[in-house]
Ligand binder design. Sequence first.
Ligand SMILES: C[S@@+](CC[C@H](N)C(=O)[O-])C[C@H]1O[C@@H](n2cnc3c(N)ncnc32)[C@H](O)[C@@H]1O
Length: 286
Amino acid sequence: MSAQLQRAPTQDVVMADQEFKRIASIIHREAGICITDNKRSLAFSRLSKRLKALHLTSFSDYCDLVESRDGADEQLNMVAALTTNVTSFFREPHHFKTLQEDVLPPLIARAREGGRVRIWSAGCSNGQEPYSIAMTVLGMASDMLSRDFKVLATDIDPFVLRHAKGGVYPEAAIDLVPAELKNKFLTRGGDKDDPQWTVGPEPRRMVTFNRLNLMGNWPMKGPFDIIFCRNVVIYFDDPTKDKIWGQYASLLNPDGYLFIGHSERLSGPASSLFQSEGITTYKKTV
Ligand SMILES: C[S@@+](CC[C@H](N)C(=O)[O-])C[C@H]1O[C@@H](n2cnc3c(N)ncnc32)[C@H](O)[C@@H]1O
């Protein structure tokens, strides 16, 4: 193939039906994500950038690369390009009110008696969710840092995890952080015209970030006291969702809590193991 052909402008590239189907099948197999025809233009525009970066001239060549023995790195880019990472600090504030008023007080008491407390933010995106959890805990009980009280935060996308570990966010991102927690745990920096907020050492010490594909094997044994899995399974098909709810049920302690996204609901056999405790909030009953 000539260098000229390899560098054909991306706008000349088309995505044939078969190519879109192949991309949809790869992303479903690798990440559980279902992309239907209405996501076709999104897939086209996001993956066109990858073709351009790799000097490829067709989506078939791109799929060949992703599925080749050397394609693991590009597969990460593909998943990152096709996932939605929208998040915010203290998103769905009612969950944090429930945490503060009902869920955390007995867990803090348990940790003070020497017990173990574990929270998991599954599909944590760029870290705003687990840092919101850690700030809520530490705002109530700063001594939890010296107890066995930890937050695990996982995501499939290594690029959002890198941002999460950096812990730096633009001013607009911190709108919903309560003033008291902002003063305690976030530090303002950056330019006068472009302020950036950095998460302080205490919440960082409480949260551990790891890459985890919910479709793969889960190395952790639990048990967890709280699982946040919000706005993640929304992209999965029903059998996958049902399976994941079941896996969460097995990993949660009796009386453990599961928080899910605003447009999600529990389904499948595991739903009988939980009782509703408010909007998209569930407590394991057995
Ligand atoms: C819309 S964000 C939600 C972030 C946060 N939970 C919230 O509600 O603000 C969805 C996240 O799920 C992650 N995700 C998608 N598929 C995944 C999978 N198979 N395993 C783990 N994480 C996944 C994406 O990378 C993305 O960061």
